[in-house]
Design a protein around this ligand. Sequence first.
Ligand code: B12
Ligand code: SF4
Length: 438
Amino acid sequence: MILTFIMAAMNNCKKYIKTWQMEPIGIAQAAALTPDDVEIKFFDDRVEEIDYDVETDYVAISVETYSAQRAYDITREFQKRGKKVLLAGFHPTLVSDEAINYADSILIGQAENVWAEIIADMKKGELKKVYRGNNEVNLKGIFPRRDIFKGKNYMPVTLIENARGCKFNCQFCSIAAFHKSHCNYRPIEDVIYEVKNAKYKTIFFIDDNIGSDIERAKELFKALIPYKIKWISQIATACLEDDELVELMEKSGCLGVLIGFESFNPANLKQMNKTWNTGIEKYERILKKLTKHNIFVYGTFIFGYDEDNEETFKITLDFAMRNNLILAAFNHLMPFPGTPLYETLKDRMLYDKWWLNENCSFADVVFRPKNLPPEKLSELCYIYKKKFYSFPSMLKRAWGLRKCLLSHWTMMFDFFKYNVMSDIDTTKRRGFAIGKEK
Ligand code: B12
Ligand code: SF4
């Protein structure tokens, strides 16, 4: 049997957003679960053309909400050629009643416990309409098949999963909706095995919060020290009060972390169900500590909650500049289907199923914010990102980060490289279509 995996892109654009072209671990994990007697083929729609006439028995596509329209088009092309298509990932899980109408089969949830059954059914030619994974997966001893990435020209960073899911329950977050506030850890030995065999010595631990279990995180960081890697990850502010954790982050080679600050406004944070993010003073204390330990911070912020107005952008930009964030994202609030936020904003939505609307682009605000017209909110996100990535801002932040930059000397060049890339991507994302390129 031949099975072709596809990572669907957001649209059919030939010049994809560069910083999004990273190894897709979900597919590599599904490939690892596939028995050796099944021949695997793989197309990553973000970096190469799909050969719709490829010799294959089945097609399995990874679908996120932004890539749903494109994934449905790809499905149709293969179905026209008589192939059966299964859809999996965040979108078919969170909007299964929609996805099922477009495919021969869908996988709801994680693959580990159910993939063997799906393969057996494929072999018999008896693929069922719906399969359900569950949250009690055992990740021990499963190593993503990285050989499928060969020749794909991804960003030069190795993505490694240390834990999957998140124990928090933020109102806007697809991860909370998908994993139901559940977090699953891999054994530390398995993570270290992957670190030892990594293609690149810069590792991106793709956890949603690498500090979610503080004692376990300390164990992991201690185990990483001998390998002298550089690593990046995402972490919640709530964990960064622990001084020993931050010291071990530095010792184990932490180059930088992405922190979702989201907002400075307690009322917004309450609405988000993210009250453990407790505002500007705590954020600044944490940032000082991280800079002291030579750890760069990529801060992400959300705009469009009920308390936000133009002043919110000014305060946020000041904060990002004052604290010398290496990178920053000024994102508008996005109601992803399947999240509590989506239900809350249902009456304020501008489109029915925005992700299937051909007129939507990545930068469009798809609901009516309380204090700003949707177009204005989108425009402000763009303007403030451009201000953050302007040349004077880069110079100011580089000066503020000089001690960090000297301690990671390769970052002297990379600081400017990643800031320029993010600036270019800011412009590109503005009109980036969802579905078909316009
Ligand atoms: C690493 C990561 C990235 C990386 C690399 C992404 C990549 N896929 O190449 C980077 C930084 C580039 C990135 C970018 C973006 N990302 Co991202 N990313 C993640 C992250 C943190 C981990 C994904 C991962 O590899 N997990 C590990 C694997 C093993 O888990 P998994 O993907 O869930 O796979 C399992 C199942 O879902 C299923 N499965 C999934 N796919 C498939 C396919 C097949 C065939 C099968 C059988 C099974 C299967 O089986 C797997 C094993 O159980 C997730 C959050 C998360 N916790 O998952 C967000 C996430 C996927 N990203 C998200 C978003 C929105 C984006 C961006 C739009 C961000 C932005 N605003 O700029 C871009 C879009 C990029 C694109 N698709 O072109 C959202 C998607 C939400 C949604 N409803 O669709 C998530 C969930 C984060 C969030 N906060 O909500 N991302
Ligand atoms: S902490 Fe991050 S990953 Fe976890 S639920 Fe909140 S936004 Fe989602």
